[in-house]
Structure formats: structure tokens, C-alpha cells
Ligand binder design. Sequence first.
Ligand code: 6IA
Length: 146
Amino acid sequence: MRPVAIYFAGSIRGGRENVAFYHDLIELLSEYGEVLTSHVGDTEMSVKGEDGITDKTVYQRDMEWMCRADVLVADVSVPSLGVGYEIARAEMREIPILCLYHAKARRPLSAIVSGNPLLQIVRYRDKEEAGDTVRKFMNRVIYGKM
Ligand code: 6IA
């Protein structure tokens, strides 16, 4: 059986202030399957993104991964156009989506995300709480019904 393909979405040009958290989440998600987008948690990558790769290539590569993904986990604490777009694409594919939102995020969550009944949105206070949520979500995806 092939491993679960996990698309992790987190802000890049929207701002990199939560990158250390993305890094830890990706490490946790890797226990459950293949994280296709592990570069999102690369603490060396700046708001400019990856060196030596065009925006067109990034888009094509990411959308190929999106087509392969079995599940989307997004941190929506830092507003990001790219993350919002990825959520919409995952919704079109009808795959399970978990959106994590820090209780003390600087900006209120977009109503288009928070008001969407098809998304599972979980507010977390710290890394431990987010980790518990991710474990429960992935266990449901792998072993149980959503
Ligand atoms: O709008 P944002 O840049 O914050 O969007 C972030 C989301 O879009 C992430 O979840 C990524 O999956 C995807 N994404 C956006 N930019 C990149 C990127 N480099 N590399 C990989 N994934 C990306 C972009 C810049 C590069 C062309 C120099």
C-alpha cells in the first residue's frame, strides 16, 4: 500500500514568521505519510521563496502535487493568498482538509475560510495542542471515516 500523500500548506510570501512551527508540523506529519511540500517548513527559505526556480515552475510542480495529495493540512494563522488558493483546490478535489489557526494570530481568519462548513478548522493555543489535533486528524484519515 502506498503511503498517504500529505500536502502541507503554510505561508511563504505572506510572511515567514511561523516557519519553525511549520517545520515541526511537517516532522510530525512525516510519521503518517509522505509530505509532498516539505520545503514549506525550510527555515532557510525566505519570503522570496526557493532560489533558481521560476514562479511558473513552482505553480506547475505544486499543482501536480495537489493532484496526488490524499489530504491537505494548512496552517492559516498567517494570511497567504497561496494557502487560500491551495485550500480551494483541495476542496475541489474533495479530499479531507484540516486548517490550523493560532488562537493569538495577528489577523482574524478570513470569513471565506472560517465560514466554510466543508473545512475542519481547529484553533490551537500551542504546539502541543496543534500536534494532538494533527494526530487525531491523521488517524481518522488513515483508520477511520471522516
Ligand atoms: O502566497 P504564499 O507565497 O504565502 O503561498 C504559500 C503556499 O503556496 C505554500 O503552501 C506553498 O505550497 C505554495 N508556494 C508559494 N510559493 C512557493 C515557492 N516559492 N516554493 C514552493 N511552494 C510555494 C516561490 C518563490 C520562488 C519562485 C522564488
